[in-house]
Each structure stands twice: as structure tokens, then as C-alpha cells.
Write a protein that binds this ligand. Structure first.
Ligand code: FES
Length: 274
């Protein structure tokens, strides 16, 4: 069993958890994920690692309560225990030293997993420019943490309630006009946001890495639930990813696959609420 050692409520639906899982924390790297199951009857939830503390043996993650499983997890409190916590899974982010600035784009709770990648890129000696965005101020997380690992931080909200008004794609276009030469970009957030970012960077031929969050079951490459079309190949996000070359990902198919169990999900949430 894995105890929750800290819980922070960022907004009614966005919760941060620090979980004591020393074996996972010992090996965790930026870009990887883990799968948890809060109790015997609950579904497995794949979550990208937002931070880790090897000394204290903890893993940090941020969730947004959308379906039944994330809502169940979101209701847990400090001192509660998670039944299963498996990881770290997936391939870590490839960190290297680039000649020109690297850009990190985080949307919504995608800001959390972009943080350790930004930190590692900064530690590797890169100039790090981060763009973070959310629908509104209430949903914006980790501004200070992102500022601490960025040479420049641009904050956007869709409704203009904080930072510059508009989407992260608008901020990116302005940045490219100002800076021109960029070496690589990482984007993590909702699939439509990642698709929009790849559409912006494709004509620039800018290396663009996205972190895919498809449905997952076993997380070990056996079930095929997490398949993603990348160029002419079918990849499994759990073992080949979750990071892929964004310009090769078939986002339309990935978005379609995500909604396969929408009706079942709605029913499960309704059962939980009554
Ligand atoms: Fe089963 Fe990836 S989750 S193959």
C-alpha cells in the first residue's frame, strides 16, 4: 500500500498528490509515467510523473477530476492508502544540450509533467523558454515552479483572467517571430492542444515532441489498448512512448480512440455521484 503524504487542492477539480512510493521515486525520470489503482474495484489510471523526491521516496502528480476513476482518486485524503502504484513506466525524455533555445509548452494539468523536463533541460545548460496556459486563472498551476526552471516564462489564459489572453499557440507564434531560431519544443496538454502546436511548428520544421495519454490497461506492451499511429508505424504509448515526434502522430485517430468509452465513463461517473 502506498500512503498519500500530501494533498493540495488547486481548484475544485484539480488536485495535487504526493505519494510515498520509494521504489518508483528511486528510478523516476522526466517524461515517464506510472499506473495506480486506488482500490480493488477501481480502474487503473496512468499518470505522468510531475516531480519526484528520491530522498523522501515520493512521487508527485496532479490530476483533474474528469471521469469516475480520477474523481475517486481526487476524493482521497492525506493518510489514505493507494492499493497499487506501478512504475516508472515508459521511455524517459531525451535530454541534451542544444545550440538554440528550447521551448516547453504546458496546457492545463499538462504543465505539471512538463516541469521535470524543463528542469532537466535547464540543468543540461539549455536556454529554456516556457509557455504555460489554462482556460482561466483558477486552472493555472505551478507558475512559480515553472519560473524557477525557465529563462523566460509566458503565461496565458484563454479568457484573459491572468497573463496574456489567448491560446498557447498564439504565444508560440509571437515567440517564433521574436526569436526565430529554436532548437526543440516539448508540448504536453490536452490532445487538441498538442495537435494545434504541431500544426504551428510543422512549417518551421521545429523538432516537436508530444506526450501521448491514450487509454491504457496493463502498461507493459501486452494489451494494445494504448496504440498510437506514428507515421507508418503503430506504436504502444506505454512502452515506445509516451513521447513521440508530434509531426508524425495521427492526432485525429488518437482523439477518436480516446472517446471510445465515453458512454461507459458517463455511466460510471453517475453511479459514483449517487
Ligand atoms: Fe497495454 Fe500499452 S497499455 S499495451
Amino acid at each position: 500500500m502506498y500512503p498519500i503524504v500530501k494533498k493540495i487542492i488547486h481548484s475544485p477539480a484539480v488536485k495535487e498528490f504526493e505519494v510515498y512510493a520509494p521504489m518508483v521515486a528511486e528510478k523516476a525520470k522526466a517524461g515517464q509515467f506510472f499506473i495506480l489503482r486506488v482500490s480493488e474495484k477501481a480502474e487503473r489510471i496512468p499518470l505522468t510523473i510531475a516531480d519526484y523526491n528520491r530522498e523522501q521516496g515520493t512521487i508527485t502528480t496532479i490530476i483533474q477530476e474528469l471521469g469516475a476513476s480520477s474523481t475517486l482518486f481526487g476524493q482521497m485524503e492525506e493518510g489514505d492508502h493507494i492499493l497499487d502504484f506501478v512504475g516508472p513506466l515508459g521511455v524517459p525524455s531525451e535530454i541534451e544540450r542544444y545550440d538554440h533555445p528550447v521551448v516547453l509548452v504546458g496546457g492545463g494539468i499538462g504543465i505539471a509533467p512538463i516541469f521535470p523536463i524543463a528542469r532537466d533541460l535547464k540543468e543540461a545548460g539549455n536556454e529554456v523558454i516556457s509557455i504555460i496556459g489554462a482556460r482561466n486563472k483558477e486552472l493555472l498551476i505551478w507558475e512559480e515552479k515553472m519560473a524557477s526552471v525557465s529563462d523566460q516564462l509566458i503565461v496565458c489564459t484563454d479568457d484573459g483572467s491572468y497573463g496574456r489572453q489567448g491560446f498557447v499557440t498564439d504565444a508560440l507564434k509571437d515567440l517564433y517571430e521574436e526569436r526565430g531560431q529554436l532548437s526543440a519544443l516539448w508540448a504536453i496538454g490536452p490532445m487538441p492542444m498538442m495537435r494545434a502546436i504541431t500544426n504551428v511548428t510543422r512549417p518551421w520544421e521545429l523538432k516537436t515532441i508530444v506526450s501521448m495519454n491514450p487509454l491504457m490497461m496493463d502498461g507493459t506492451g501486452m494489451c494494445g489498448a494504448c496504440r498510437v499511429q506514428v507515421g507508418s508505424e503503430t506504436k504502444f504509448a506505454c512502452v515506445d512512448g509516451p513521447e513521440f515526434d508530434g509531426h508524425l502522430v495521427d492526432f485525429d485517430l488518437a482523439i477518436k480512440r480516446l472517446s471510445i468509452y465515453k458512454d461507459q465513463e458517463k455511466r460510471a461517473l453517475a453511479v459514483l455521484e449517487h
